[in-house]
Design a protein around this ligand. Sequence first.
Ligand code: MF3
Ligand code: CO
Length: 251
Amino acid sequence: MIELKSKEDIDGIRTSGHLLAELFNELGEKIEAGMSTWDVDKICADFMKRHHSTGPCKGYMGYPSVSCVSVNDMVIHGIPSKHEILKDGDIVSVDICLEKNGYVSDSTHTYEIGKVSDEVHQLNIVTRKCLYLGIEAASAPNARIQDIAKAVFTHATKHGYGVVRDYCGHGVGYSIHEEPEVANYVSLMNPNPRLRPGLVIAIEPMINMGSYKVKTLPDGWGVKTIDGKPACHWEHTVAITDSGLEIMTEL
Ligand code: MF3
Ligand code: CO
């Protein structure tokens, strides 16, 4: 069941989302070569503590950290580790859920460490653009959920990239994962509800430079590309209100 949010709920999700956006700004200033992915997670955890908020990823189905830090061919759910050191030329997606006053927001940024290859930079630019095209599609009057998928898929495949199918965006706000699913590819098999005021969703294209296929690591969390090529991930929480779409996780 899709739970539509009240105006008061959306105010709460906005507060949470804006705080999360501030955290991404801080990460953008601090993330650099030589740091471990655990250090990245520590920045997130410290920020949350300082701002009287929590990271609901930690403990979610036994997940150990407040962020997912996914380097290069890791698509999503990379578990932060003291042994994984960021180096020049890496791309790193940091996926964070933040809870403030009971309201959850969810967002992902992909950072470039030092100088990345032109190919990898292009993947990052195109994936971010996919996110914003998905958001634009969701803003249209009478939009349906699969309009988002169509916009994302069309742009990514135009560049020859693989669109991850095994993982989706989702409703969010009271908890991390709510209905509806927000896929990044169109399927007649998937439900296609209309976007209505009160709907709050996380839109999150996961785009691979090569094949769309992925595999799960033995740790049960990490998801890598099947061909070892890099992957990219951008995500925003957005709300549909009476006056249109608003991005909750952007200042
Ligand atoms: N933030 C992720 C998402 O976009 C959820 C991560 S799963 C967790 O759906 F276990 F890490 F929380
Ligand atoms: Co999400």
